[in-house]
Design a protein around this ligand. Structure first.
Ligand code: SF4
Length: 342
């Protein structure tokens, strides 16, 4: 289901970049020009790394201040017991590695966490619940949380699984800014990761979210045994949305013992950087979030990801059910790199 669960397991004018060798089509736009095809994104991946980084960074600077990074905080408001079987997820009731279950938090608990996140410098507060989708009675409680967090002056985001008609509108009315729902991986690879729903179900929910006037947060997870073509296809699919998601989390799988992907082969760190760079070029106006898996990355790798166009992170102590690099370490890294939080 979610960024946050994706995260759980573990958990945006065309840049005038140098027209690098091997890429015939240099179109990079979020809405105006034709989205990149899978083959074009694959061609980006195949570039010499320095050419790819140059192009991604040039694109990034054409649309953003390259020294600014947005920070979101994340809270699991309902943990474990999910009936879906996403292979990366420690909240699935299908897996031995399921996290201890926790029922829905109270509004007071959520407000306390959001207040702490704001004090630590977060500008957006994301709330995740491990559901296939919310019951209407649950949605009423989540809507209360959204209104309360919004009243603190934070942007709001939730990830609740698949939505039925009318639910996205109810969340919008409560003050919701973003809805997270990841495509996770390519349509082709999707059935290797989850069988209890289809990727098209997620696409439908994203349509409901857009239809309600909410901003979309949607990305994927890499390192799940997918091919480079799968990674390119995921990015091309996201870029082809009209418009592309405002927020694109790129998660690096953190294999969880007791889940089907516990022994997934590690992804080469440079391939992860290439994925960030390709996402930046294909979706120049979107915030690209360095998401789950960051806690296992060196400072140097994170810096390379920022150079490649990542300009958003999850910040704070918990990334739903996995550890996140703690706030102090992040502040120290920002100071070393001269990055400013927005
Ligand atoms: S739908 Fe359930 S199993 Fe799948 S990622 Fe979300 S919480 Fe985990």
């Amino acid at each position: 289901m979610n960024d946050l669960t994706a995260a759980a397991n573990l958990a945006s004018a065309a840049g005038h970049s140098h027209p690098a060798e091997g890429v015939a089509h240099a179109t990079t736009s979020n809405a105006s020009a034709a989205p990149m095809t899978v083959a074009e994104v694959e061609a980006l991946f195949a570039l010499p790394l320095m050419d790819l980084l140059h192009r991604a960074h040039t694109t990034h600077r054409a649309h953003f201040d390259a020294n600014e990074v947005q920070r979101s905080a994340l809270l699991s408001v309902k943990t474990g017991g999910c009936g879906e079987n996403c292979g990366y997820c420690s909240q699935s009731a299908h897996h031995e590695g399921e996290k201890p279950r926790e029922s829905l938090l109270s509004v007071e608990q959520v407000v306390a966490a959001a207040t702490a996140a704001k004090e630590q410098g977060a500008s957006r507060f994301c709330m995740g619940a491990a559901w296939r989708g919310p019951k209407d009675s649950d949605l009423v409680k989540v809507a209360e949380m959204v209104s309360a967090v919004k009243a603190l002056g934070l942007e709001t985001c939730v990830t609740l699984g698949m939505l039925k008609d009318g639910q996205a509108e109810a969340l919008k009315d409560a003050g919701l800014d973003y809805y997270n729902h990841n495509l996770d991986t390519s349509a082709e690879h999707y059935t290797n990761i989850v069988t209890t729903h289809k990727q098209t179900d997620r696409v439908e929910t994203l349509g409901r979210v857009r239809g309600a006037g909410l901003k979309v947060c949607s990305g994927g997870i890499v390192g799940m045994g997918e091919s480079r073509r799968d990674r390119a296809a995921l990015i091309a699919q996201l870029a082809a949305m009209e418009p592309p998601p405002e927020s694109v989390p790129i998660n690096h799988l953190t294999p969880i013992p007791g889940t089907p992907l516990e022994n997934a082969p590690p992804l080469d760190p440079f391939e992860f950087v290439r994925t960030i760079a390709a996402a930046r070029i294909a979706m120049p106006k979107s915030f690209v979030r360095l998401s789950a898996g960051r806690q296992n990355m060196s400072e140097e790798l994170q810096a390379m990801c920022f150079f490649a166009g990542a300009n958003s992170i999850f910040y704070g102590e918990n990334l739903l059910t996995t550890e996140n690099a703690d706030a102090e370490r992040d502040q120290a890294l920002f100071a070393k790199l001269g990055l400013r939080a927005i």
